[in-house]
Design a protein around this ligand. Sequence first.
Ligand SMILES: Cc1cc2nc3c(=O)[nH]c(=O)nc-3n(C[C@H](O)[C@H](O)[C@H](O)COP(=O)(O)O)c2cc1C
Length: 188
Amino acid sequence: MPVTEDVFKDVMGNVPAAVTVVTALDEAGTPVGLTVSAFSVVSLRPPLALVCIDKGSQTLPGVRDGGRFTVNFLADGAEELAIRFASKSPDKFDGVPTRPAPVPGCGPILTGDACGYALCDVVRTVEAGDHWIFVGQVLDAALWRERRPLMYCRRTFSAWHAPEGDGLGSRPAQASGRALGLMMTIEL
Ligand SMILES: Cc1cc2nc3c(=O)[nH]c(=O)nc-3n(C[C@H](O)[C@H](O)[C@H](O)COP(=O)(O)O)c2cc1C
């Protein structure tokens, strides 16, 4: 017997997730997009990542039929944009700074609100419950190192903060395990 919906939502809503806006182009070449937290890295060789999109999404046909999508990893401060792209508004891109992806068929890059992006070519589509999973080969990716990622957990947006430093500066990065009184050095 499966877990109840309430318990499922409660437990899964307690898992911190990156906030992304997945963009694509519809059949007329018009940008479409939605807020997605169901993103995961899948593989390094080849570089694969996945997103899960609700079957009722208006953006879904653009991703499915175009076969390409852009994952915009939102930056701290982009909470309102996340909410806008979680709506059904036909004007989601109005006034939003964007530039076309350098890879044909991928959706726009949100230059003012993202801290990074990944341009993906769909290599596998899997039906899973009320969502479709799109596994994409990452053709190109980049980040704005000075911007901090936006996170979502317990129905709340917050900025990601490393306990010490930001993990993106000098190498090797240092992270402290304060709760355990430990100091770990991670060789990148
Ligand atoms: C923080 C957050 C995370 C979300 N994550 C997802 C997700 O992973 N997949 C999904 O299909 N919808 C997700 N949504 C809901 C969609 O953004 C929402 O249904 C949106 O209206 C879909 O827009 P569209 O129909 O124009 O594509 C999320 C919403 C929020 C606020």
